[in-house]
Design a protein around this ligand. Structure first.
Ligand code: TMP
Length: 314
């Protein structure tokens, strides 16, 4: 992989930047890196969005509907068409800049509620999830596996936050990475199946695009039992998550920066993947994220960053 930072006189300086990397304030970034590095890996965690952040935005040049929702085929064309119709109606509302936030929140709750109802009504099976993932062209960015592996070795947790479907995301991980990682947790909408393998309900609080960013970390906190968000963690470990006050946050929307709102963080480094509308959005992305990767860049930059932070640690 290419070079992003040079270690000189114990000072890290940016060196040759790849054409797809934009760092507006290199000095501020290296200062943050020094702070995080000094605090050590036990104070560090990674929070990542899933769709178009860990996964690629385009596959074979095509922008497909390759999200955990988009790839899902219930095995019943009637229900797939109904969910698509909801998407066609609500997605423009989701991205509308003129709808006030409280109104938009209601609309998103409506959308997610209806979609979940259709999945239940259509009797979605786990088998259909497996087939959908196998038939999809969803793909991780190159280097995701290596990034998870490095972080696992350093016992650094990775929380994947998504307003999509936890069970689909887990199946994507299972089918597309050659192994599982015990440091990787998914906070998303989790399904409950009956003995016949059919979806009967969703666990706990609905996570949609707007509340995901507002309460993301609370959902992983000790309260998760009451909220019903099962991330398979011990309470003690969750408390520990809040003690990890240095964070690397990765997302593809400005709103993703709010994923760390539930954390009283000390130092945050943020990476933004700017996938589309580059000319229009670059200015706001470069001022909001410490690093911006363009053109569906791979994960090598993030791996380089965390290995610069912790590789010389004993
Ligand atoms: P996220 O993965 O960035 O957290 O967001 C989930 C996306 O899923 C969001 O942009 C809207 C989309 N979505 C669908 O494509 N179909 C659906 O049925 C629903 C409820 C959401």
């Amino acid at each position: 992989s290419s070079c992003y930072f040079r270690h000189d006189n114990h000072q890290m300086e940016p060196c040759e930047l790849s054409a797809n990397t934009v760092i507006a304030h290199p000095r501020a970034l290296t200062d943050k890196m020094t702070l995080i590095r000094d605090a050590g890996p036990s104070k560090f965690q990674v929070i990542a969005d899933f769709d178009a952040t860990l996964t690629r935005y385009r596959v074979n040049g095509l922008r497909g509907r390759q999200t955990s929702h988009g790839l899902l085929q219930q095995g019943d064309a009637y229900y797939d068409a109904k969910r698509q119709a909801l998407y066609d109606h609500y997605h423009p509302l989701e991205i509308s800049p003129v709808i006030p936030i409280d109104e938009k929140t209601k609309l998103m709750e409506e959308w997610w509620g209806k979609t979940h109802e259709l999945l239940i009504e259509g009797g979605l099976t786990y088998d259909a999830i497996k087939k959908s993932v196998a038939n999809s062209s969803i793909a991780f960015r190159e280097g995701v596996s290596e990034l998870f592996e490095f972080l696992e070795k350093k016992e650094i947790p990775v929380l994947i936050f998504s307003a999509g479907l936890a069970d689909v995301i887990e199946e994507v991980l299972r089918q597309n990475l050659d192994r599982t990682f015990k440091n990787v947790k998914i906070v998303s909408n989790r399904m409950v199946f009956n003995d016949d393998g059919q979806l009967v309900s969703f666990k706990g609080k609905l996570i949609h695009v707007l509340n995901k960013n507002e309460h993301a970390l609370d959902m992983a906190a000790p309260l998760h039992d009451r909220l019903g968000v099962d991330i398979g963690e011990e309470d003690e470990e969750n408390v520990n998550m809040k003690e990890r006050r240095n964070v690397l946050l990765m997302g593809d929307h400005l709103g993703d920066l709010r994923m760390s709102d539930g954390l009283d963080y000390e130092t945050r480094i943020s990476i933004g993947f700017l996938n589309d509308n580059i000319e229009k959005s670059l200015e706001s992305y470069r001022e909001s994220f410490d690093l911006v990767y363009l053109n569906d860049a791979p994960m090598w930059g993030a791996l380089e960053l965390v290995s610069r932070l912790f590789s010389t640690e004993a």
